[in-house]
Design a protein. Structure first.
Length: 237
């Protein structure tokens, strides 16, 4: 005879219309999203950094608020947000009876940074990239790419210059979330290169696109929990 707990697991979930946009979203929440853990964001005290070039770079980007230590995230809300994100309406997500915008413009308004219609980062990744040039700019001499099929894949973060290590800490904590900092992937190296060479980046557009990516990959950790919590609070959740 099946146990009562087994019967409960097999029974159909009662649809919670206050939390989910659809029954599919609720199923997605219980089947995958609830098993995924968030990566906490961390701030960077620019005034405590010993490189004036980093301080000037952040000021030029107007990233003062973005550098601040973020407030705590509300994990159940984050998971509900990601469960509903695949059914977004023009980058607005249903969260507990409210519609929360994660558009690039909304995120830029939250961080008080300007919209950049044609940023240099987007243009840079859209052309052929010289990965050896990137390595020479951000790493100490002797650092080499790990190659697969003659294509660069990663290199050890110990090879970064001291200045770029500070940048990479911030990159992995706020822009391209990562749990382990031992290796630097190709896409993170490109972003790091664009940051240190002062190429413009539309912050909101970048974060919004990565929220979309995170919602599509069920094996990923959950990105930007503090930002999403703040957007939800601003929307009245």
């Amino acid at each position: 005879m099946a146990s009562s707990s087994t019967k409960k697991r097999k029974s159909k979930l009662v649809f919670d219309a206050d939390k989910f946009i659809s029954e599919e979203a609720q199923t997605r929440y219980h089947d995958s999203v609830v098993k995924r853990n968030p990566i906490a964001e961390r701030g960077l005290c620019v005034m405590g950094v010993n490189w004036p070039s980093i301080q000037n770079n952040f000021r030029a980007r107007q990233w003062d608020k973005f550098c601040n230590q973020p407030k705590a995230a509300i994990i159940p809300v984050i998971r509900e947000f990601y469960a509903n994100t695949p059914e977004h309406n023009n980058r607005k997500v249903f969260v507990r009876g409210k519609w929360v915008s994660f558009s690039g413009r909304s995120i830029n308004q939250f961080f008080k940074v300007p919209d950049i219609d044609r940023d240099e980062y987007t243009a840079f990744i859209g052309r052929q990239i010289d990965y050896q040039e990137i390595l020479q700019r951000i790493a100490v001499p002797g650092t080499q790419w790990r190659m697969t099929d003659e294509k660069p894949i990663t290199f050890p973060s110990i090879g970064l210059t001291k200045e770029c290590k500070a940048w990479y800490y911030f990159l992995g904590a706020r822009l391209m979330p990562v749990r382990h900092f031992n290796d630097i992937t190709r896409d993170r190296a490109v972003l790091l290169y664009c940051l240190v060479t002062e190429k413009s980046l539309d912050l909101g557009k970048f974060l919004s696109s990565h929220i979309m990516q995170c919602s599509k990959h069920h094996s990923m950790s959950l990105f930007y929990p503090s930002l999403i919590t703040a957007l939800c609070v601003a929307a009245g959740v």
